[in-house]
Ligand binder design. Structure first.
Ligand code: NAD
Length: 431
C-alpha cells in the first residue's frame, strides 16, 4: 500500500517534468530522496523495553544546506514508514518552492499511535528520539528544522526544543537553539497564530479562489471536514468567520452530520470530554459516507489517500480542499476532474503551516524581544499568511488559465519550474 502511494507520487513528478519539458536531470534529482536516516532506540515503558525506529527523510534542498535548512513535519502515526515519509517530503519540497520559502523538503516521525501512550512515556520516547537525531547531526536551525504534523503537538515540539537546548551544551553549541523546531508553544518561543495557521491558510485560499474564479456557491456554502485534529478542528472553528457552514466532521472513528449545521463548539466540547461527538445535535456518519456527501466544499484533514480510484466517482462536493498532504491519490484526480470537481491541491492549500513556521523560524533567529505584544504579533502573522496564501493561489489560478489545466497540474508545474531554476544554479547544471 505505502509502496503504491510513493509510486504514484513519483509518477506525478515524472509527468510534471514531461509537462514542463524539463531536462532529464530534474527527474533524476527529484525521484529519490537525498538521504533517509533511521535510528533505532529503546525506551522502558511500564517496566518493559520497547523498541522504536525514528525515520527522517531529506528529499531535495534547492538551497545550500547549512544556510537554508530542510523543513518538514514530525509525524506520530502507526502507518508511517519510509515510503510515506518520502512521499510527504517530496510534497514538502514542492510546497516550499511554490510559496517561495527558503527550505528543502523533509518529513519523518515514528510509527506509533500517540493515543496508546501516556504523556510521561510519550515525552520519554520524544526525548530519546531527539537525542538519536542529534547523534545523526541533523537537528539544527540551518540543517533540519522539525515542525508539528499528524499525531504531534506544540507540547511535543517544546520537548524536542528543550532536549536539543539541553544536550547541545554537551555536544557543542547549536546557535539559535529556539529555531531548531517550529510550532512551539507561544510562551516558549513559538509564534501566535501557528496553531491554526494551516486551517486559516486553507480557508483564506479557498475564499480567494472563489473570488478569482467567480464560482458562486450560495450564501452559506456547506462544508464537510474529514479529520478533527489540528487542521480539521481549527478549520471547523474558523469556517463560520469565512461565511461557510459546517455540516459534517469526523475523526478516525467516524463523525457526525446534520444538513442544517450544528454547534461546532458543543461538538468539540463533547469530543474533549468523552472522545466522540455524540450529543451535538447531529447524526452519526462514517468516514466513507462523509467523503461522498453532497456538499459545496469537502476539506480533507486526516491522512493521505482518502480519495482513491475506487471512491472518487462517488464524491459529490463541488470543491475538494486538500488540507491533508496527498489526501487525494494522484490517480483519482482525473476522475474528480471528469466529474467537474475543483481541487485545491495540498501543495498550495495547506502551505499555511509552513508559512507561519517560516515566520517563527525567522524570528527565533533574530533578536529576542521583551514583552512582545501578542495581539499585534498575531495580527502581523495573519497579514503575512493572508498575503502569501493569496499570492500562491493567484499564481496557481493564472497558470491554470494560461495552460488550460487543472489547479493541481498548475501548482505542480509552478513548483517544479522554480525547483528546476534553483537546482540549476545550485549544481551548475548547464542544460
Ligand atoms: P492531527 O493528528 O492533529 O489530526 C488528524 C486527524 O485525522 C485526527 O482527528 C484523526 O482522528 C484523524 N484521522 C487519522 N487517521 C484517519 C483515517 N484513517 N480516517 C479518518 N480520519 C483519520 O493531524 P493534523 O496536524 O491535523 O494533520 C492532518 C493532515 O494535515 C496531515 O495529512 C498533515 O500532514 C496535514 N498537514 C498538517 C499541518 C499542520 O500544521 N499540522 C500542516 C500541513 C499539512
Amino acid at each position: 500500500m505505502s509502496k503504491d502511494i510513493l509510486a504514484q507520487k513519483v509518477a506525478e513528478i515524472q509527468s510534471t517534468c514531461a509537462d514542463i519539458n524539463a531536462p532529464s536531470w530534474l527527474f533524476e534529482e527529484l525521484r529519490t530522496p537525498k538521504s533517509v536516516i533511521k535510528r533505532k532506540f529503546r525506551v522502558v515503558i511500564g517496566g518493559k523495553h520497547h523498541v522504536f525506529t525514528a525515520i527522517r527523510v531529506h528529499h531535495v534542498n534547492p538551497f545550500p544546506t547549512g544556510a537554508a535548512p530542510y523543513k518538514g513535519g514530525l509525524r506520530y502515526h502507526p502507518a508511517l514508514d519510509e515510503n510515506i515519509a518520502t512521499m510527504l517530503a517530496m510534497d514538502m519540497t514542492e510546497k516550499c518552492a511554490l510559496a517561495g520559502l527558503p527550505f528543502g523538503g523533509a518529513k519523518g516521525g515514528i510509527a506509533l499511535d500517540p493515543a496508546e501512550f501516556n504523556e510521561i512515556d510519550l515525552r520519554a520516547i520524544t526525548e530519546k528520539m531527539t537525542g538519536e537525531f542529534m547523534k545523526a547531526h541533523i537537528l539544527h536551525p540551518d540543517i533540519d528544522v522539525f515542525g508539528p504534523d499528524a499525531g504531534t503537538t506544540a507540547e511535543i515540539m517544546f520537548w524536542i526544543y528543550n532536549t536539543v537546548a539541553d544536550l547541545s551544551q554537551i555536544s557543542g553549541n547549536i546557535p539559535n537553539t529556539t529555531a531548531v523546531v517550529t510550532g512551539k508553544p507561544v510562551e516558549y518561543h513559538g509564534i501566535p497564530g501557528r496553531e491554526d495557521a494551516t486551517a486559516r491558510g486553507l480557508l483564506i485560499q479557498l475564499k480567494e479562489y472563489l473570488r478569482l474564479s467567480g464560482l458562486k456557491l450560495g450564501r452559506a456554502p456547506t462544508v464537510a471536514i474529514q479529520g478533527f485534529g489540528n487542521v480539521g478542528a481549527n478549520a471547523a472553528f474558523l469556517a463560520p468567520d469565512f461565511g461557510f457552514k459546517v455540516i459534517a466532521v469526523s475523526d478516525v472513528n467516524g463523525g457526525i452530520h446534520n444538513p442544517n449545521g450544528f454547534d461546532i463548539k458543543r461538538a468539540h466540547a463533547n469530543y474533549e470530554s468523552w472522545g466522540d461527538f455524540e450529543g451535538a445535535g447531529a447524526d452519526a456518519i462514517s468516514n466513507e459516507a462523509l467523503l461522498t456527501l453532497p456538499v459545496d466544499i469537502l476539506i480533507l484533514a486526516a491522512i493521505e489517500h482518502q480519495i482513491i480510484a475506487t471512491n472518487a466517482q462517488d464524491v459529490r462536493a463541488k470543491i475538494v480542499v486538500e488540507g491533508a498532504n496527498g489526501g487525494i491519490a494522484p490517480v483519482a484526480l482525473p476522475i474528480l476532474a471528469e466529474s467537474g470537481i475543483t481541487v485545491l491541491p495540498g501543495i498550495a492549500a495547506n502551505v499555511g503551516g509552513v508559512v507561519v513556521s517560516f515566520l517563527e523560524w525567522s524570528s527565533n533567529r533574530g533578536n529576542r524581544r521583551h514583552n512582545v505584544d501578542l495581539a499585534k504579533e498575531h495580527a502581523w502573522v495573519v497579514d503575512e499568511l493572508t498575503s502569501i496564501m493569496e499570492d500562491v493561489i493567484g499564481n496557481v489560478y493564472r497558470e491554470s488559465v494560461e495552460q488550460k489545466c487543472s489547479l493541481p497540474k498548475a501548482a505542480h508545474r509552478l513548483a517544479l519550474l522554480r525547483i528546476r531554476d534553483q537546482l540549476k544554479r545550485k549544481h551548475s547544471y548547464l542544460l
